[in-house]
Design a binder for this molecule. Structure first.
Ligand SMILES: [Zn+2]
Length: 419
C-alpha cells in the first residue's frame, strides 16, 4: 500500500510543484536535471461512486462553492470600500471562525484540506488576474462548476482509493499507472467523481524520432493548415449541439424554479456541456499527438487568443464596432480551443524531445512563399492565395503555414548565429 500524505510540497530537480491546474489535463511539468530527464504526468480515473459516496461528493463540492462565493463577495465589498482583499492567511482565519459559528458550523463536516485547497485556488485565481493572465475569478454555479480538490490524505491499494471522510472507493482503471505517485486530487464533474494522480517518471533523454519541421496556421474555416499541405477541418463541437442546448434551455425557462424537473433539466444541460468538452478534448489530443509524433520542430503563430477573444462591446464612452460579428467570431475561437491545442503541442514536444517555436504572424497571410512579394491583394478570397507578382496560386491557409515555417527557420538561424 502506498501512502500519499503531505506530498503537496514535494520538490525535485530544483523544480517545485505544489499544485497543478485541474483544467489542463493531462498535466505535465518537466525538469531537466544535470543528466536525468524527469517528467510529471497526470492520470485521471473515474470513481465508482454509489449513492452515499456520490452524496458526499455533492456536499463537498457544495461547501467549496459556498466558501468560494462567500469570499468573492466579501472581497468585492472590500474593493468597493477601497480596502485590500483578504489574503490567504486571513481567509483561513475567517474559515476557522466560520467552522466554529452556529450558522456555518456544517462546514466542519467537510475535510479541512478540501476547503483549504479551495482558498488556495481562489488566491491563485486572484494572483493570475493581478498578473494580467486571466479574467477576475467568477462566482461558481451549481451544476456548472461542481468540483473540489483534495491534494493529500488519501491511500491507494490496487484499484481502490481511500478518500478523506469518504472511505474506500473503487475506480475504473482505464489505463495502467506507471511512475511514482506524487500527489492526487479528487474532483466531481457532472454526475461523476474522478480521482487524478500526478506521477513522476524518469526517462532517458528523449531524441525525437522524426527530422521534419512543420508550420501550422490556425483558422476558423480550417482549424489547422500545415505547411505540408494538410487541412484539418474544425470539430465545432459547440455549433453541432447549440440548437439542442438552446431548446433545453428554453424548456428550463418554462419550468418552476428549483422544482424537481427544473433540477433534472439543469443536470441534463450540464451533462451536455461536459460531453461537448470531452469531444473537443479528444479531437485536440488526437491532432496534437499526430503532429508532435511526426515533426521534430513545430512552428506556430504567436496569437494572443485572450486578446482576440476579448469582447467587442467596448465601454459606454467607446462602444465597440461590429459587436455581433465579433461575438460570433469569439465563440468560434473559444470553441476551437486554440490555446488548449498550443499547450498540448508544447508539452508533447517536450516529452518527445522536439522543439516548438511561436512566431509573430504579421504578413504571413499576404506574403508569397515563392517570390516574397507582400501585398494585400495576394489573398484573393478567404481560402485562395494568388500572387499578383508571380502568379503563384495555392490554398491561403497552407500559404500562411509555409510562411510561418519560414519565419521559424529564420528565427532559429538568428538564435544560433554569434552576435
Ligand atoms: Zn509571388
Amino acid at each position: 500500500m502506498r501512502l500519499l500524505t503531505n506530498l503537496e510540497s514535494a520538490t525535485f530537480g530544483g523544480y517545485s510543484t505544489n499544485r497543478w491546474t485541474w483544467s489542463s489535463s493531462p498535466l505535465a511539468s518537466t525538469s531537466r536535471a544535470s543528466k536525468s530527464w524527469q517528467i510529471r504526468k497526470g492520470y485521471k480515473y473515474r470513481l465508482k461512486t454509489n449513492r452515499s459516496t456520490g452524496a458526499q461528493f455533492i456536499r463537498f463540492a457544495g461547501a467549496c462553492r459556498f466558501v468560494w462565493n462567500k469570499l468573492l463577495s466579501i472581497n468585492e465589498h472590500r474593493s468597493v470600500a477601497g480596502v485590500p482583499r483578504l489574503s490567504y492567511a486571513q481567509a483561513c482565519e475567517l474559515l476557522a471562525w466560520w467552522k466554529q459559528s452556529e450558522e456555518y458550523g456544517w462546514l466542519s463536516q467537510v475535510p479541512s484540506q478540501v476547503l483549504q485547497q479551495c482558498l488556495k485556488d481562489l488566491d491563485r485565481a486572484y494572483a493570475h488576474c493581478v498578473a494580467g493572465r486571466t479574467a477576475p475569478p467568477q462566482y461558481r454555479k451549481k451544476f456548472r462548476s461542481d468540483s473540489f480538490r483534495s491534494p493529500q490524505g488519501f491511500k491507494l491499494d490496487g484499484r481502490m482509493v481511500s478518500l478523506p471522510m469518504v472511505g474506500w472507493v473503487e475506480f475504473w482503471e482505464s489505463r495502467p499507472l506507471d511512475g511514482t505517485i506524487k500527489n492526487g486530487t479528487v474532483s466531481r464533474q457532472g454526475r461523476h467523481g474522478f480521482v487524478a494522480f500526478q506521477v513522476e517518471l524518469e526517462l532517458p533523454d528523449p531524441v525525437h524520432p522524426a527530422t521534419a519541421a512543420v508550420g501550422i496556421d490556425l483558422g476558423i474555416a480550417t482549424f489547422a493548415a500545415t505547411s505540408d499541405g494538410d487541412l484539418h477541418p474544425p470539430l465545432n463541437a459547440y455549433r453541432r449541439v447549440e440548437k439542442k442546448k438552446a431548446r433545453m434551455q428554453r424548456r428550463l425557462a418554462g419550468m418552476v424554479k428549483y422544482s424537481c424537473n427544473w433540477k433534472k433539466q439543469q443536470r441534463r444541460i450540464a451533462q451536455l456541456e461536459i460531453r461537448i468538452a470531452h469531444c473537443r478534448h479528444d479531437f485536440l489530443h488526437k491532432l496534437s499527438t499526430e503532429t508532435s509524433k511526426n515533426h521534430a520542430v513545430i512552428v506556430i503563430e504567436d496569437l494572443q487568443v485572450r486578446n482576440m477573444s476579448r469582447s467587442a462591446k467596448g465601454t459606454m464612452d467607446e462602444p465597440g464596432k461590429q459587436v455581433a460579428q465579433k461575438a460570433g467570431l469569439n465563440k468560434a475561437i473559444l470553441d476551437q480551443g486554440w490555446g488548449m491545442f498550443r499547450r498540448m503541442l508544447e508539452y508533447k514536444q517536450v516529452w518527445q524531445g522536439g522543439e516548438m517555436l511561436a512566431v509573430n504572424p504579421r504578413y504571413t497571410s499576404q506574403t508569397c512563399p515563392e517570390c516574397g512579394h507582400v501585398a494585400k491583394a495576394n489573398r484573393v478570397q478567404q481560402a485562395l492565395f494568388s500572387c499578383v507578382a508571380c502568379g503563384y496560386t495555392y490554398h491561403a491557409d497552407v500559404v500562411a503555414a509555409k510562411n510561418i515555417l519560414a519565419l521559424g527557420h529564420r528565427e532559429r538561424l538568428n538564435a544560433c548565429s554569434p552576435r
